[in-house]
Write a protein that binds this ligand. Structure first.
Ligand SMILES: Nc1ncnc2c1ncn2[C@@H]1O[C@H](COP(=O)(O)OP(=O)(O)OP(=O)(O)O)[C@@H](O)[C@H]1O
Ligand code: SF4
Ligand SMILES: [Mg+2]
Length: 338
């Protein structure tokens, strides 16, 4: 069991982070005023539609934002400020403290090196004093941790000899070779079919249990976080709109956008689910150069009130233990909905 999140130390502290891009059409805002903490050993999901700023938030933490991005605010790893570090310093942080797994394992692996050679290299960088035999043993061990059958044989195979799900396991093995404190997984299962997705998520959980690493899991799929994360942050148009443990997020939903996301999940308990058209939130997220004043969800929100919701961006308010929602009508909208 991992330490209870409230008792664990703060690993990462993100404070009032904003990210914008210089474009021909003006400044495109990607993320604005995002604040959160991650505690050692917890698995936290970031959920939101395409373009909501999930990957840019991850890239800011990794120090991998494109050069034309402007980032403000503070990102501290164990108290050390990461915003403003040099490229060399950031490379060191990425090598030692933070690792990321992307969606596309095939392009991330080197096709002309065996999986073992790539793992051995990752182990060597982390621990230069290890012997070649140590490194190979560690490579086999890492493949075992991520559930690759016969790891001592598979270690000498090339990436193309692995299935998509197995390649994603290899990527997870590579990312934990450094024993990072924080593992960011950005849509790690999106390219996989549903059964394999579940297996890869189970691997992430197992890695978390065995290594105690903190996991930040990014996905557009609430179903994925439901079974994997301890806590969820819901993102909409560059801002966090709701943060809660998994159960309260599903059963005591406090933000209309989260309610919309939940209503659009396929439900196994509905008999006619195959014939039923899935609910979709009406409209589209705002274009980054044309964010509305006030609550950015207002143009799509059935509970919006002019003169109230369009005045300023709602601050997150506490609605329960560790549960916040950025909605000025948090008490009223649920009554209207029921
Ligand atoms: N290189 C770039 N130049 C300009 N704007 C960018 C650039 N990269 C991202 N953006 C903007 O940043 C915003 C957030 O993008 P981000 O990639 O974080 O979204 P996301 O939530 O990860 O979406 P997805 O689910 O599609 O991966 C988008 O609105 C996008 O328009
Ligand atoms: S602040 Fe207003 S518009 Fe925004 S989610 Fe709440 S009710 Fe809807
Ligand atoms: Mg993304």
């Amino acid at each position: 069991m991992s330490t209870h999140p409230d008792a664990a130390e703060i690993l990462l502290e993100v404070e009032d982070v904003s990210i914008a891009f210089r474009t021909d059409a003006g400044l495109a805002r990607a993320v604005e005023g995002v604040s959160f903490v991650l505690r050692t050993g917890e698995t936290v999901g970031i959920v939101g539609e395409s373009g909501s700023g999930k990957s840019m938030t991850a890239m800011a933490i990794m120090g991998l934002l494109p050069k034309k991005a402007v980032v403000t605010g503070s990102i501290k790893l164990r108290g050390r400020e990461l915003v403003g570090l040099s490229d060399d310093e950031l490379r060191e942080v990425r090598g030692k403290d933070i690792a990321i797994v992307f969606q596309d394992a095939l392009t991330a692996l080197n096709p002309v090196m065996t999986v073992g050679e790539q793992l051995v290299e990752a182990v060597r960088v982390h621990d230069p004093r290890s012997t070649p035999a140590d490194r190979r043993a560690r490579a086999v061990e890492l493949l075992d941790v991520v559930g690759i059958p016969s790891p001592e044989l598979r270690v000498d195979r090339y990436p193309h000899e692995f299935s998509g799900g197995m390649r994603q396991r290899v990527m997870i093995a590579m990312s934990i070779a450094n024993e990072p404190d924080l593992l960011i997984a950005d849509e790690p299962t999106t390219a996989l079919d549903v059964t394999v997705q579940a297996q890869v998520l189970e691997v992430l959980r197992e890695v978390q249990r065995r290594t105690g690493t903190t996991v930040l899991l990014i996905t557009h799929d609430l179903g994925v976080v439901a079974g994997t994360a301890d806590r969820v942050m819901v993102m909409y148009a560059g801002g966090l709109v709701e943060t809660a443990d998994v159960d309260p997020l599903f059963y005591e939903t406090a933000h209309p956008y989260t309610a919309g996301l939940l209503a659009s999940l396929p439900r196994l308990d509905r008999r006619s689910s195959r014939d039923e058209r899935l609910y979709q939130i009406a409209g589209h997220p705002p274009v980054a150069t044309e964010w509305p004043e006030g609550c950015r969800f207002a143009p799509r929100c059935a509970h919006a009130v002019a003169g109230l919701c369009d005045v300023s961006v709602p601050e997150p308010v506490a609605v329960g233990t560790g549960h916040t929602a950025a909605c000025v009508r948090v008490d009223e909208w649920q009554k209207e909905a029921s």
